[in-house]
Structures are given as structure tokens and as C-alpha cells.
Design a binder for this molecule. Structure first.
Ligand code: ADP
Length: 191
């Protein structure tokens, strides 16, 4: 089993790189943003709570997202491992993930941090907003998401640095260039 956390600011390319990693390494990709959007579509209780928070750029409560992730892992077993995309976003979530995995005799092997400068992030998100139909891809909400990323989510990096599971990848250039670096890192630690 090999479990990866794909980490980075909104618009850093987590989803794109996750899809590439999924096809090359046959790991299961779980995006908590997508999980939440599908709860909203189903109009479930969790979806209704999440809807308002997401469209304002806020995070959903830890217990809600941890509960959804647990259910998702239980309903989609993987013999090879997972790519966690958009989770953990708080230190409490990072601790919960370690606990969840250690109960199964597993762990997060590595966190890949996609580093992109802020000007490029905002450009990408505004562009995505033209076609994504997402309620949170507009300038005010993007700024709020970036602020929360800096204040609440970035401390997650230190949590993984302390346990020597942190690796930085530059994603200011092309999708392919970034993936090459990702593969280099994964091949150096995979098995
Ligand atoms: P992005 O990385 O572009 O912000 P995501 O699809 O990962 O997009 O997340 C969209 C929104 O869903 C977040 O802004 C947040 O409101 C909510 N969300 C996703 N994952 C989490 C999480 N792990 N904890 C709290 N909220 C989350």
C-alpha cells in the first residue's frame, strides 16, 4: 500500500496531477472537494451544511469532512493505496487521517506540496471559473480561499515535515513538467 497526500493552494493543480498519478501508479484518487460537491448535488444533510460554507470560501467543519472521508474509504477499498486530494486541510484532519490509516495498518507515505505563485493561482482560478460553474471560482471567494489556505491549511506542511514525509514540487510551468518531477519523487520512495 502506498498513500499520497496531494497538497497545495486552490488552483495549484492538485486534481490534474492526481489524475496523472492515478493512471500511472494505479492508486485510488479521492478528492474531498468532489465528495462535497456530490453531497450538495444529492441535497444530503452534509451537502446542505457544506453548500453555504463552500460558496463563501470557508472550510467545512472537520468532523463533517472526516466522517465523509471515512465512509468513502470504506465504500471504495483499494489494494494499492490512495491519493488524498484536498485533505487534510487542517492539522486536526492530518491527525485524524493518520489515526484512520494506522487502524488499518497503513500510513501516509508522502505529502507532495504543489508550489505555485499567487498571481498564477488567481489567473488560473478566474479562468476555470469561466467554465467550471463552481460557486467559489470568483475573485472575492478566491481571495478568501487563499487567506484560509495561508492561515489554516499551511500549518499542515509542518506536521508532515516533522515526520519527514514532506516533498515540494514546483508547478509554475507546465502540467507535464510538474508531473515529471512528481514521478521522480515517487519513484525514489515507491517500494
Ligand atoms: P480548491 O483546491 O480549488 O479549493 P477543492 O475542490 O479541493 O478546490 O475544494 C473546494 C471547497 O470544498 C473548499 O474551498 C472547501 O470549502 C471545501 N473543502 C474541500 N476539502 C475540504 C477539507 N478537507 N476540509 C474542509 N473543507 C474542505
Amino acid at each position: 500500500m502506498f498513500n499520497i497526500v496531494i497538497f497545495g493552494a486552490p488552483g495549484s493543480g492538485k486534481g490534474t496531477q492526481s489524475d496523472l498519478i492515478e493512471s500511472k501508479y494505479h492508486l485510488k484518487h479521492i478528492s474531498t472537494g468532489e465528495l462535497l460537491r456530490s453531497e450538495i448535488e444529492r441535497d444530503s444533510e452534509e451537502g446542505r451544511i457544506a453548500n453555504n460554507l463552500i460558496s463563501k470560501g470557508n472550510l467545512v467543519p472537520d468532523d463533517l469532512i472526516i466522517g465523509l472521508l471515512k465512509k468513502k474509504i470504506e465504500s471504495s477499498p483499494s489494494r494499492t493505496g490512495y491519493i488524498f486530494d484536498g485533505f487534510p486541510r487542517t492539522v486536526a484532519q492530518a491527525e485524524a487521517l493518520d489515526k484512520m490509516l494506522s487502524e488499518r495498518g497503513e500510513k501516509v507515505n508522502v505529502l507532495l506540496d504543489l508550489e505555485v505563485n499567487e498571481k498564477i493561482l488567481i489567473e488560473r482560478l478566474l479562468n476555470r471559473g469561466k467554465t467550471s460553474g463552481r460557486s467559489d471560482d470568483n475573485l472575492d471567494t478566491i481571495k478568501k480561499r487563499l487567506q484560509i489556505y495561508h492561515e489554516v491549511t499551511m500549518p499542515v506542511m509542518d506536521y508532515y515535515k516533522k515526520t519527514d514525509r514532506y516533498r515540494e514540487v514546483c508547478n509554475n510551468t507546465t502540467v507535464a513538467g510538474c508531473f515529471e518531477h512528481v514521478v521522480e519523487i515517487l519513484d525514489s520512495i515507491h517500494r
